[in-house]
Design a protein around this ligand. Structure first.
Ligand SMILES: *[C@@H]1O[C@H](CO)[C@@H](O)[C@H](O)[C@H]1NC(C)=O
Length: 419
């Protein structure tokens, strides 16, 4: 009997370890914490899929409840450290800008005629998850507001499955235009020469796209003066960049997940996913993808040898017919900011671009940094050799990572010195 329970315990332990363990690069610190977090997210994902299969709710919606439920429990633990108590001086209001829900963070007012900085933030989450109101985004934006004496506006743009491109982009653009209007800046005592746009991951995609649009819009008298892009998503035409291949199984963003987020955002049938894995969607036979456009995301030219390593470009001759005609958004710069021409990039604001070595999106960010620089824009490229996707949001106990804290500190320092 005792032997049986011993055997049972050992095999359950082994099964659990097998479920949690994933091989990680040596550079990643606190690997077990990352594995546990990854196992938790995978479980949430399975539970959500099961609920959808049983007919309860849309998968993405129940995943949202599950992850935030967990976060809520953590916050109970942390009540003294919870976001609400963290920065008492900052005034928080949930209002709308041009009809779009936003959360505004105002630092304590300065003296008469004292102008402050402004920053608009778009959160990440694959255009499907995340909110301004909870977790790390709320904490980080309060911090920026308090430490940098900045009025921060965090935008609650609509998400999948309720919205697809271009809705999230248009929500963000409308909120940005409202924010940059002289009346609103005056109302919040913001210096029109010191307004930033920032975002991480899918939010970095929205920030880059909105910054481009505002930069070339002659009707806008005030424009963003700087942009901060944290591991941004910038292109959907090549899912075989060195970083997509090198990091395809590295948490917290597997290659499959990122491709799925793209298809959901662009409202493409998920059954076409296998085509995207092999770059069939950007095959040479698609004449709308001209050599000029291709050169704008040609990592063989845009990346240095350090990042190219021994990877070879995956360029398909034929692929599937009529793809880009059926899905024109794949070539739309509002969805794919890396495709913008040099004349647009030249007008874009100074940039801070954060990239992580162990992230499928590393090369999206590196290529954009290089192209902005080539267009004459000043770029601070901040690369983390021990970084992984999501680390910027993992800065408070018990989910804090050293690399995340360094990344957040560096973002704050850059804004302090450049905004
Ligand atoms: C990619 O396109 C080719 C046609 O050029 C086709 O034979 C192949 O099955 C496609 N691959 C996938 C995974 O759909």
């Amino acid at each position: 009997m005792r032997l049986l329970s011993l055997l049972l315990t050992v095999s359950l332990t082994l099964a659990l370890a097998y479920y949690i363990y994933i091989p990680l690069p040596d550079a990643i610190q606190q690997p077990w914490k990352l594995m546990m977090l990854n196992a938790y997210l995978r479980t949430a994902f399975h539970v959500a899929s099961l609920k959808q299969w049983l007919g309860y709710d849309h998968h993405t919606r129940s995943l949202l409840q599950f992850t935030f439920g967990f976060e809520g429990i953590l916050k109970e633990f942390l009540s003294s450290e919870s976001s609400a108590g963290a920065v008492p001086g900052v005034k928080v209001s949930d209002i709308t800008f041009a009809g779009i829900p936003v959360r505004v963070y105002e630092p304590p007012a300065g003296g008469e005629g004292h102008l402050r900085r402004g920053l608009m933030y778009f959160h990440g989450g694959g255009w499907a998850f995340g909110t301004t109101k909870k977790g790390s985004y709320d904490i980080t934006n309060r911090m920026v507001s308090d430490e940098l004496n900045t009025v921060v506006v965090s935008v609650e743009y609509r998400l999948y499955p309720d919205a697809h491109f271009p809705v999230p982009y248009l929500d963000c653009l409308a909120a940005a235009k409202h924010f940059l209007s002289p009346e609103v800046l005056a109302k919040y005592s913001i210096d029109p020469d010191r307004v930033a746009v920032a975002g991480d991951s899918a939010g970095g995609n929205l920030a880059a796209a909105v910054a481009q649009e505002i930069s070339v819009d002659d009707s806008m008298s005030v424009k963003f003066s700087v942009q901060a892009l944290i591991y941004p998503v910038l292109q959907a035409l090549d899912f075989n960049t060195p970083s997509y291949l090198q990091n395809q199984y590295i948490p917290l963003l597997y290659r499959t997940n990122m491709i799925q987020f793209w298809l959901q955002y662009l409202n493409i049938d998920l059954s076409l996913m296998p085509e995207f894995f092999v770059n069939n969607h950007s095959a040479l036979q698609h004449s709308s993808l001209t050599p000029e456009l291709r050169s704008r995301l040609d990592w063989n030219v845009l990346l240095t040898q350090k990042y190219k390593k021994n990877y070879n470009p995956v360029i398909v001759e034929k692929g599937s017919e009529g793809f880009l005609k059926k899905v024109p958004s794949l070539l739309d710069v509002r969805a794919v900011p890396l495709l913008a021409g040099p004349e647009v990039l030249a007008k874009c604001p100074r940039a801070y671009i954060l990239t992580c070595e162990h992230d499928v999106l590393r090369d999206d960010g590196l290529m954009y940094a290089r192209r902005l620089q080539d267009a004459g824009v000043a770029v601070t490229s901040d690369h983390y050799e021990d970084g992984f996707h999501g680390c910027f949001s993992l800065t408070s106990w018990p989910l804090e990572f050293d690399v995340g804290k360094r990344a957040l500190r560096s973002y704050l320092n850059w804004l302090q010195n450049n905004l």
